[in-house]
Structure formats: C-alpha cells, structure tokens
Design a protein around this ligand. Structure first.
Ligand code: PLP
Length: 423
C-alpha cells in the first residue's frame, strides 16, 4: 500500500474534468458538441513574440531565480503605463501565475478568504497544504462581486488571525469587473483590518471599456500582491510564464520566495523569458492586436447576454475576459420534475440532451442547489475570426453566425432547452 499525502488524496477531481471527459466521449462517438466549457484564449500568439522565441531558442543558460532583470524592467514599465500600477519595484517571474499563486499560498499562514464565484484552482491549492479558508458570500444581483459589508462583517468576527483575501478581476468564472469605486471601498476594509490581498489580474487588458481593468493595488498598494502573465492577454498559456509584484511593506517575504523558487522550479525557461520581453514591450501593432481581440470578445459577450437574458435566464453581464455565469433558478420547479436538483445535474443534463458543455457553479464555490453554470465563449477559430474582423470591423449577430458557428448554434440550443422546459 502506497503511503501518500492525505491532503492531496482528498482533492476530489473537479466536475469540470468530468464534463470535459464527457465532451471527449461524445465527440469520439461523432457527436457535435458545443463546447462552452473550455477557457483558453482562442487567438494566435502575436508573430513578434513567436519571432523573439525563435531568436532565443539557443539560449540554454539558467537565469536568475526570480527572473531576468530586463524582463522585470519590461513588466514594471508595462504595469505602470498599461495597468496603472505603481508598486512595481519587486517583480518575480514564475512558470505561470498559477504556480506563483501556489507558492504564495504555501508561504502565507492564516485564513484565505475566497469570494463565492472565484477561479476553480484557488481552493484545491489551499487544501493541498491543509490551509484554512472561508468562502465569502456574494450574490447574482451584484454579479458575484464581494461587497465591503460582507468583508467587514467577516473581519469584525475574526480579528486576531492573519487574513489573505483573493480577488480576481476581470473574473473567471463570472466575467464581472470591479469598478474603481468598488475597489476603493473594499480597500478601506482591507486597510482597516490589515489584510493581505492577492489580486489576480491575469485578464487585466481584456477589459471591454478601458485599456485595462482597475486594480485594488491603486487603493491598497501596501499589502497587495498583483499576479499576471502571458496566458490570457497574450494568448500564450502554453508558454507558462507569469509574474507577481511584491510591495515594499511585504519585503520580509522576499527571501522566502527566493528560497522556495530556487528549491522547486529554479527559474523559468530562458527562451520564454526573452520572448516575454517582446510581449511586455507592447509595441503598437501588438496593442492594436489585443484591442481587436477584445473587441471581438466584447461583441460575442453582447450577443450571448442579449440572446439568453430574454429567456428568464439569469446572465451576469460580461465586462472583461471571456466568461459569463448563467442561471436557471427561475426554472427550479420544472427542473425538479426532470430530476435536476443541482448545478452538476443541470450541466450533465444539458450536455447529454442538448450537446452543450457548460461547467457547474459548484466548481466555483457556489452551493450545489444554486443553478448557475459557467459559460466560456471561445469555441471559435481565433485566426479566422481576427482576419475577418479586420475586413468587417463589426461583431454583430451575422458575423457571429458566419465566423463563430459553434457559439451561435450553442446559444440557440440553450434557448431550445429553455423553450422545451416551458412546454
Ligand atoms: N487565474 C485565473 C482566474 C485563470 O483563469 C487562470 C487560467 O485559467 C490562471 C489564473 C492561471 O494562469 P497561468 O496560465 O498564468 O498559470
């Protein structure tokens, strides 16, 4: 009998994996599946970044543990000028923001606060070290964004422990973006209770109404660690490069990161770090490319919202990223009659009966009986779509029907599901 770490044994496979497996099975049987489950940037990586990687392929040296200085400088400049972040003196580079977040969770003790409707990996990472956590309540009405009142209430009742709040905006799974006003109000509570904030800003520049999303670090720079990387904004998830900023007030953590990085991954691959310098130099052509890609996503988000909102489906308006949460709570009684009680039942039913893959809200810390599902709208050929957009310049229903047929037809099938429920 193998002896293994109980904390890791206890990580149950997420419902997401089960849905994705089912999608593969259905596809293997030759069935058409409308895949709203998978959340990867659909666009090709910009050619200037690929070129930089090619030019540095022969670089076989280990780089400094915390990252290449030229890259740290490029990210600092980028954060100041394109993400409105000023606390940029200590930037660490890691193999994806996920790993940097994990190492941060390993380093910090105390309780981690996760708003309901947050990214799937935060909690398993905490559980893998048997850490303490609490899920803070949020509501559909407020697009599952944390309010200062809920945070204040929790902090008032748990004064003595160290608390670390994890925020993510633009948000996966909801598509919500915290406004500057909302962040400023939350920051007051964070400051009053001396919280540490982990601000996951991996989708920052995919903000539909401005060049980047507001950051809580503007209102609470002293104890906010910002995370970002190449995966979403630059469509380079497979490059595995992320960064984090460490504020001066948390300088005491610096040697801990250095030791942990050096004893685990050593340093990020050298050619990738050199390629990332090109990304963060953010030349005009690249900026235009990212602007075009988010304009396309915004057009699709509008289509999804208006197509589903008219059917008594609850839909969180997407303001950035490429997700929304949709809810079927108004159909609860009708769903019960079909044996559907939980969001996992619902996701399974819609996949089996309508060939539409959506992820259950329970993977994002909603209660099982809250009938919300995450919808990722990236099942299209990004290269084809961005080329078409350069000619047509408008992402309306006709454009989506022509160039993103899986999105278009998948939404029609969700409408069909609801219409048939009504009968
Ligand atoms: N944070 C959020 C909210 C994400 O959606 C993802 C990727 O899915 C990540 C972090 C991880 O990104 P990376 O590729 O930098 O590890």
């Amino acid at each position: 009998m193998l002896q293994t770490n109980k904390n890791i044994q206890n990580l149950k496979p997420s419902a997401t994996l089960a849905i994705n497996q089912k999608v593969q099975e259905l596809r293997a049987k030759g069935k058409q599946v409308y895949h709203f489950g998978f959340g990867q940037s659909p666009f090709p990586i910009h050619h200037t970044i690929v070129k930089a990687l090619q030019n540095n392929a022969s670089n076989n040296h280990y780089l400094p543990t915390l990252g290449l200085h030229e890259l740290q400088n490029a990210i600092a400049y980028f954060l100041k000028h394109h993400q409105n972040i000023s606390e940029v003196n200590r930037i660490f580079i890691g193999p994806g923001s996920k790993e940097l977040l994990y190492q941060t969770l390993l380093i910090l003790e105390g309780t981690f606060l996760i708003p309901k409707g947050s990214w799937v990996s935060y909690l398993p990472q905490i559980k893998s070290k048997n850490g303490d956590y609490v899920i803070l309540n949020t509501t559909f009405k407020n697009s599952f964004k944390l309010t200062p009142e809920v945070l204040e209430h929790y902090c008032n009742n748990h004064k003595t422990i160290q608390k670390t709040l994890i925020l993510n905006s633009p948000n996966n799974p909801t598509g919500a973006v915290y406004t500057a006003v909302e962040y400023s109000a939350l920051a007051k509570v964070c400051s009053k209770h001396n919280l540490i904030v982990l601000s996951d800003e991996i989708y920052s520049q995919i903000n539909y109404t401005n060049h980047c999303a507001p950051s809580i670090s503007n209102y609470y720079p002293e104890r906010t660690i910002v995370f970002g990387g190449l995966s979403k904004v630059f469509s380079a998830g497979g490059y595995r490069l992320g960064f984090m900023t460490l504020p001066k007030k948390l300088e005491a953590l610096h040697p801990l990161y250095k030791s942990l990085f050096s004893e685990t991954f050593s340093a990020v691959a050298s050619p990738i770090q050199y390629a990332a310098i090109e990304a963060y130099a953010y030349n005009d052509d690249l900026q235009q490319y990212i602007f075009n890609s988010k304009t396309i996503l915004s057009g699709i988000a509008n289509f999804v919202y208006s197509s589903l909102n008219q059917y008594a489906i609850e839909v969180v308006p997407t303001n950035g990223g490429f997700y929304t949460m949709i809810g079927f709570n108004t159909f609860r009684e009708k769903l019960k009659k079909r044996g559907i009680y939980t969001n996992t039942d619902l996701a399974t039913f819609i996949l089996e009966e309508y060939q539409v893959a959506l992820l259950p809200g329970s993977d994002f810390y909603l209660e099982d009986n809250e009938l919300f599902l995450r919808l990722a709208f990236v099942d299209f050929d990004g290269e084809k779509v961005i080329t078409a957009f350069q000619k047509e310049n408008l992402v309306d229903q006709n454009f989506i029907k022509k160039y993103c047929p899986n999105i278009f037809n998948g939404i029609i099938r969700i409408q069909k599901f609801v219409k048939e429920l009504e009968q």
